[in-house]
Write a protein that binds this ligand. Structure first.
Ligand code: ANZ
Ligand code: ZN
Length: 871
């Protein structure tokens, strides 16, 4: 027997697939469609093991669905704009474009080594002029529909990257890429009106039943719907700007009698008016601006406040006066930017009240507590209870009290307007997409002194990025370019200037899935093609995109529906978020990180030690961590492919853990996967030589051995099919391991010679085994298929049919008792579930007779022994 030379065979099969263009997908195909998409990679330089896992999974689905008779769309592209290209330009003096396209070339050839069944003819990079041209067209269409607009806004400013960041890109007050403390600045920016769709984006989550629950929850929380009440509080005396009242938003009007003070945001108009006459307040406002704008940050930051000296009347009791503070934990862009504070039942209010010695009056009494003795201490009580200390609300439930307050205040009119109105708030903000960067899609707008901000004419698109730029200074090179900005106004023809903001790279990835359906099209989509393919049936990627990318994409499909580019609302019908690839970490004697490639693991008496290959020093084996360059615990996929072949890497990624969990990459595991590759090849050679290239005739009867093998094959086939449908790749792999054992232990030359039915079964078994392997180890499968003399390519074969007769288990006969007396028998599968036995018993003649249309009082099933029905 020859060993399988994976490298040689893989390249050969890839060339065959390629030259026959078997993964090329046509639109307008009569077969049912299936669109499988893995999140496209950022061209950072080289592919990593996370990519291998992601694309191996997607490829199994694509190849499986193709075999099942679907017209499969499985494309690949590059999410190619973004900061790292500019960083490389600044550090290494390479042009962002060259850097990006070189990385793409490297990574494309690496991906091609994996043998993925992709339609490379549809490939594009988001930095291709062809792509961003259409994105600019989309932008103009959005502007026309009011879905893109410009406004002055407080923004998160990253002082290191010198750019604006979306709220989603600020993590714990720091820029998501630079890690720098984010500042607040006021700038004119471009926004997408994602808030128009807040309710729809929220309610449609209920129908995304093929999405992970955790992602759905994260999206719901991000949209953050709150139903509450907007209440106007009358000021005692006028404010300096003439205001007579402060309007607040609350979700807890039931706690109104627990109000202790009012809070204003540092950016509230009233605060601004007051600050004009108070340097002290000005200083305080500045202090507030040092904390970022994200809610999470305001939650954790130390609470600070400023007493304005103003007071308001309690809306339900004129005798109560509340002081007005400016407080740092109140956001201007949520609700009305003002609150009433009830410290007993809100932690932020409580921290604040304790700090400034303000009153704390509990108004919700938890079950089992006494009104006289209940005290919240330092922990606000946010649970259920009965209202007390609250005049006419006393004794009510929270929900009743909320309604009672709303009804009462809705009925009171101040200067012709109700004192309160019900209001639904969303935490979701419009998406700020302006970036002051070069390497992004230029926003196709023009600034004219006469006409203001005017959209560029569609026929003048694309607005191409200039190539001659430099990165000598921080900031946006487009601003400094000597000529690029100059243009003429599309409206009046006078000299005008181009917008220099480029789009957030999340825009690029919000519609690429739609572009893949007709990437050659002149307009952003060919609507017919988009409708034919969308939604994506199975989307696969990392959970780190659970909020940003997925929400933006859901917005884009809605917006593109309004602009007539597609018809679906939801872009991704099925979503799967895969786990990470993790690896042990290693450290040398001087505590430096050491990579797995530099060491050798020694195993003795169940103890693992490691030594350095060159220095010989002993290496400490550390914890298992996500593969990262900083900890050096990465394994380069091409190294694995070179030593074992792509099939081994794919198989290991699929086999070792459930796909939603982390997989631990180990060298031993990779060797194990490779041994299996060799085992299948050996088995193929053994069977081939035993059968001597003959296809045995189908016998009338199967011997006992043949039946055993055939049952095992068809059971495995049924299981693998349903496992792949559910993306349970590791379970499918386990089935295949077991099946190989069964086939191998029966496929002995002497047995096959004596038993023609076993020869026939073994031939069928090998054919089915190879077809099941094909989605996971496509090259090995072709090689085995070919070696057994089967016709054409496995990659073009339909999925084999399960012979359902082979799935019937051995049967047993159970006595049926009615009220303790034997009245009949039931013959059923030996491993039938209890529920199936009950169903069968209820359908049996004696039981139907005894029940006479009534329901049984009880059914007792003693598995494999007896069934007793009590009537
Ligand atoms: C009084 C109150 C009493 C509140 C109580 C809570 C508990 P969600 O659920 O997230 O919508 N709030 C309103 N506007 C705010 C702003 N701009 N910045 C910071 N906080 C603001 O939260 C709504 C609650 O958050 C509102 O209900 C308000 O405080 C506060 F026992 O009003 B509550
Ligand atoms: Zn003009």
């Amino acid at each position: 027997n020859e060993r399988y030379n994976a490298r040689e065979a893989e390249i050969r099969w890839q060339q065959t697939w390629d030259s026959q263009k078997i993964f090329k997908t046509e639109n307008d195909d009569p077969r049912p469609k299936y669109y499988v998409l893995e999140m496209f990679p950022y061209p950072s330089g080289r592919i990593h093991m996370g990519h291998v896992r992601n694309y191996a999974m997607g490829d199994v689905v694509a190849r499986f669905k193709r075999a099942k008779g679907f017209n499969v769309l499985h494309p690949m592209g590059w999410d190619a704009f973004g900061m790292p290209a500019e960083n490389a330009a600044m550090q290494n003096k390479v042009h962002p474009k060259d850097w990006t396209y070189e990385n793409i070339a490297t990574m494309r050839s690496q991906l091609q080594l994996m043998g993925l069944s992709l339609d490379w003819d549809r490939e594009f990079a988001t930095c291709d002029v062809d792509y961003y041209h259409r994105q600019q067209k989309l932008f103009l269409d959005f502007v026309e529909k009011g879905l893109a607009y410009r406004k002055n806004a407080k923004v998160n400013w990253d002082p290191v990257d010198q750019t604006v960041l979306a709220n989603e890109q600020v993590i714990d007050g720091k820029g998501w890429r630079s890690g720098a403390e984010v500042e607040q600045r006021e700038l004119t920016q471009w926004f997408f009106k994602i808030t128009d769709f807040a309710e729809d984006l929220l309610s449609e989550i209920d129908n995304l039943d093929r999405w992970p629950d955790k992602v759905r929850t994260m999206q719901r929380n991000w949209i953050g719907k709150s139903e509450g009440l907007q209440i106007r509080f009358e000021l005692n005396g006028d404010a300096p700007n003439g205001d007579k009242e402060i309007e607040i938003f609350t979700t807890r009007p039931d706690t109104l009698f627990g109000a202790s003070f009012m809070g204003l945001s540092a950016d509230h108009p009233l605060t601004k008016a007051l600050a004009e006459n108070s340097t002290e307040l000005q200083a305080f406002v500045e202090e507030c601006h040092k904390t970022g704008t994200s809610a999470a940050e305001l939650e954790t930051a130390e609470k600070i406040g400023f007493d304005t000296g103003l007071t308001v009347k309690h809306p339900l009791d004129e005798s109560i006066t509340l002081p007005v503070y400016v407080a740092n934990f109140i956001l201007m862009d949520y609700g009305t930017g003002a609150i009433f504070a009830c410290p007993a039942h809100d932690q932020r209010d409580l921290d604040f009240a304790r700090k400034y010695s303000l009153s704390v009056t509990p108004v919700v009494l938890p079950k089992g507590e006494e009104a006289a003795s209940f005290d919240v201490g330092d922990e606000a009580y946010t649970g259920e209870g009965v209202i007390f200390n609250s005049q006419f609300l006393d004794g009510m439930s929270i929900i009743d009290a909320k309604n009672a307050v709303a009804e009462k205040l809705e009925a009171i009119k101040i200067s012709g307007k109700a004192q309160a109105q019900r209001k639904t708030q969303y935490r979701l903000r419009d998406w700020g997409i302006s970036r002051q960067r070069y390497w992004g899609c230029p926003i196709p707008m023009i600034h004219c002194d006469e006409c203001g901000v005017v959209p560029e004419k569609a026929e003048n698109l694309p607005i191409q990025l200039p190539d001659d730029i430099n990165f000598d200074k921080p900031g946006n090179p487009l601003d400094r370019h000597p000529t690029w900005r100059q243009c003429s106004c599309p409206k009046c023809g006078k000299d005008a200037l181009r917008e220099t903001d480029t789009m957030d790279t999340f825009v690029d990835s919000s519609w690429y899935y739609a572009r893949f359906t007709a990437p050659w099209e002149d307009s952003p989509t060919d609507k017919k093609a988009a409708d034919e393919w969308l939604p994506v049936d199975q989307y696969i990627g990392g959970v780190e995109h659970a909020i940003l990318h997925l929400l933006y994409s859901r917005f884009f499909s809605r917006a593109m529906r309004e602009t007539g580019h597609l018809s679906v609302k939801e872009p991704f019908k099925g979503l799967f978020t895969q786990g990470m690839v993790v690896h042990e970490t290693y450290k040398g004697e001087d505590n430096r990180w050491v990579s797995p490639a530099e060491i050798t693991i020694n195993e003795q008496d169940n103890k693992r030690t490691a030594t350095h290959n060159e220095t010989g020093e002993s290496i400490a084996i550390g914890s298992i961590e996500k593969m990262s360059k900083s900890k050096k615990n990465t394994v380069d996929p091409t190294d694995i492919i070179e030593s074992f072949g792509a099939d081994t890497a794919r198989w290991f990624m699929l086999s070792d853990s459930p796909p939603e969990r982390d997989v631990i990459w180990t060298e031993a595991g990779a060797e194990g996967a490779h041994r299996f590759v060799q085992r299948v090849w050996r088995l193929t050679q053994d069977v081939q030589s035993a059968l001597q290239g003959q296809t045995p005739a189908r016998p009338d009867n199967l011997s006992g051995d043949a039946l055993t093998v055939r049952k095992a094959v068809h059971k495995a086939l049924a299981a693998v099919e349903s496992n792949i449908e559910q993306l349970g790749f590791n379970r499918a792999v386990a089935q295949i391991y077991q099946l190989v054992n069964t086939i191998a232990s029966n496929a002995k030359q002497d047995k096959l010679e004596k038993d023609p039915s076993l020869a026939w079964t073994t031939d069928e078994a090998m054919e089915i085994l190879i077809q099941m392997l094909a989605p996971m180890m496509p090259h090995l499968a072709e090689e085995c298929w070919n070696h057994l003399g089967k016709d054409s390519l496995v990659a073009t074969k339909g999925w084999p049919q399960v012979d359902s007769k082979m799935l019937i288990e051995d049967e047993i006969t159970l006595p049926i008792q009615i009220n303790g007396k034997k009245r009949g028998e039931l013959t059923i599968a030996a491993d039938a579930a209890k529920a199936d036995i009950e169903k069968a018993v209820l359908a049996s003649d004696p039981v139907i007779k005894a029940l006479d249309g009534k329901a049984p009082r009880k059914i007792i099933v003693v598995p494999k022994r007896i069934v007793n029905v009590v009537v």
